[in-house]
Design a protein around this ligand. Structure first.
Ligand SMILES: Nc1ncnc2c1ncn2[C@@H]1O[C@H](COP(=O)(O)OP(=O)(O)OP(=O)(O)O)[C@@H](O)[C@H]1O
Length: 580
């Protein structure tokens, strides 16, 4: 019988073998072996020297396949000619009871020198060829059924194996690949051993199947165009309350989600972006939001979708507007922001920036208009009270005002940047001269100028001599601020990006957060110690109270009932345990 051999198995035995027989019982093609094809006869594998010029040119009803000697054939098989009935085209199947069990092939590859079992030269080896099923045509009902069954079995087996070896997250079929996702979050998360197993499994099945029948189902990196996923959500899911503002890219609306009842800021692109040059920018913002919107000081992201080719981004609603509005209002009214308020804003914004940089991303458009304000309705305090909290990411601690970095349309990765210039009022010189070596320091520069403006600095120039003067390190001091704060601002806008402090360094500078000499862990430890002491004292007090009650049940309980708290609550100084 003939069957397809395994290249991997065979190569181990005979490096001279060029290729294996490429047809199989499940193949639809005609039998057309050519020189170098590897065929098996009985339990012997050997390269085929096909004597007849072409099968379909064979006039007779016999074809001959010559199995000449091979390094692994025995002398007996040095010249074996197999003849069998030829009906063109011819199909071969595997033998008795082994149909489709292609894995057996490898086990049945003979060791070098194994004697051939079957064919006798010049006579049809009928006894052996009984196992070699020759069909009148490849499309007899029987062959079709067998073929379908075999193919189904193979497909099922592949699917089963893949399911076993594939982590659930990889089962996604089509989705965009977020370029800002850290490597460990990528959709393809097979570990090495899973990959090895999967490759082995696929090879073993593919070796005996038609390779192009089975496409390797790797996660698609294909981008889904916006127009492909248009949906209708805005009016169905949201109630539009009012317009919050307009930007270059889109308009932002305050909306209430009809189901959850919460308020969101939904940004809708002004123009249909699907298929336009703005689509990339819109997608960039979505990608960045999706990766970064989990920090207290970055505007939170909920979802994004395309509707009538417009891009919609559902973000956290910041009820205090943006810092730009505060700055404008201050300019109009002549109010000067206090140093502590400025420090609060700066501290919180730099925490957001530190987080963005920790993700290997940069914002590249830090400015007052992109720092959003959320006023916590629980607090009715003055803005200064926001400074009370220096707990960097302590979610238990609530702050009266939270400043958040938003508008992530210019975010790019540090390692593979695609730089879209932000607002030139706030950009350092190196960006405009296309030096992208220190992009995170560009954000520090922009934050420095943003704080300078918010702290009462003059209107920042767009260009001209004053613009250059600031970028040469000649930033005028803010008259209402301390020398330390002015010094910090100057260092942040240093002409040399390497001399600017990192966001992390600014966040831990003493001037912004005096408690930063103690780590969070240390502060928490101290707090726990104090709580523990407090508990111990409370317990002792309870014990003492019980003791007193036992001794003088009536008089003492009367006393106790009169005073709700024992400590500091009008307790008689003369009362002591020894007195009873
Ligand atoms: N999350 C939000 N919460 C409250 N108001 C928001 C929010 N996002 C944006 N706004 C308001 O909408 C206005 C426009 O938003 P935004 O600056 O993000 O739009 P844009 O088109 O990206 O602008 P830009 O010109 O900066 O690119 C802002 O000035 C602000 O007043």
């Amino acid at each position: 019988m003939f069957t397809k051999g395994r290249r991997s198995a065979l190569k181990r035995r005979d490096e001279n073998i060029i290729r294996t027989l490429t047809y199989h019982d499940s193949d639809e093609g005609e039998l057309s072996p050519s020189d170098g094809d590897f065929v098996r006869c009985g339990n012997l594998f050997s390269p085929c020297r096909y004597k007849s010029s072409r099968i379909d040119e064979q006039p007779s009803e016999f074809i001959e396949i010559d199995l000449p000697s091979s390094p692994m054939s025995s002398p007996r098989s040095s010249r074996n000619v197999i003849r069998h009935m030829k009906r063109s085209p011819i199909q071969f199947t595997l033998d008795e009871g082994n149909e489709g069990d292609v894995d057996d092939d490898e086990q049945r590859v003979p060791a070098p020198g194994t004697a051939i079992e079957s064919p006798c030269p010049n006579s049809p080896p009928h006894n052996r060829l009984r196992a070699l099923r020759l069909f009148d045509t490849p499309h007899t009902p029987k062959s079709l059924l067998q073929k379908a069954r075999r193919r189904r079995l193979t497909d099922e087996r592949i699917a089963k194996e893949r399911k076993r070896l594939t982590p659930p997250s990889e089962n996604r079929v089509e989705a965009n690949f977020n370029p800002f996702t850290p490597n460990n979050n990528r959709p393809l998360t097979l570990n090495n051993s899973m990959k090895r197993n999967r490759n082995q499994m696929e090879r073993s099945i593919l070796d005996d199947s038609t390779e192009d029948e089975i496409e390797v189902d790797m996660p698609s990196t294909k981008k889904i165009a916006l127009h492909e996923i248009n949906t209708s959500r805005y009016n169905e899911e949201f109630h539009e309350v009012c317009k919050l503002g307009d930007g270059e890219f889109g308009s932002v609306y305050k909306c209430v989600h009809r189901l959850d009842g919460c308020t969101y800021a939904i940004k809708k692109s002004k123009m249909p972006v699907a298929g336009s040059v703005y689509e990339r920018n819109a997608m960039n913002e979505v990608y960045a939001h999706a990766v970064l919107g989990k920090h207290q000081h970055v505007v939170r992201y909920y979802s994004a979708w395309a509707e009538e080719d417009h891009m919609y981004i559902q973000n956290e609603y910041c009820n205090g507007g943006s810092l730009a509005e505060v700055v404008e209002e201050d300019k109009r009214t002549g109010r000067v922001m206090s140093e502590s308020e400025l420090k609060t804003i700066m501290y919180q914004a730099v925490l957001g920036l530190k987080y963005i940089h920790s993700q290997n991303l940069v914002h590249l458009d830090i400015k007052p208009g992109n720092i959003f304000i959320h006023r916590n309705p629980k607090f009715l305090q003055s803005p200064e009270s926001g400074m009370e909290s220096c707990g960097e990411e302590d979610e238990e601690e609530e702050e009266a005002i939270i400043y958040k970095i938003g508008d992530l349309g210019h975010v790019t990765s540090v390692t593979n940047p695609t730089v879209e210039d932000g607002d030139c009022h706030y950009l350092p010189k190196e960006i405009l001269s296309e030096n992208f070596d220190h992009l995170s320091k560009c954000d520090v520069f922009s934050l420095g100028l943003t704080m300078y403006e918010a702290g009462g600095g003059h209107n920042l120039p767009r260009n001209g001599p004053q613009w250059h003067s600031i970028r040469e390190g000649k930033l005028p001091s803010l008259p209402h601020m301390s020398p330390e704060l002015n010094q910090l601002l100057k260092s942040m806008v240093d002409p040399d990006p390497l001399k600017r402090p990192s966001a992390a360094a600014v966040a831990s500078s003493l001037i912004l957060c005096p408690q930063s000499t103690k780590s969070r862990a240390q502060l928490r430890r101290e707090l726990n110690e104090e709580r523990f002491k407090n508990q111990m004292l409370s317990r002792k007090l309870v014990e003492a109270t019980q003791c007193l009650t036992r001794i003088t049940p009536t008089s003492f309980s009367a006393n106790v009932s009169r005073s709700r708290r024992l400590v500091g609550n009008k307790m008689k100084r003369s009362m002591s345990l020894s007195a009873f």
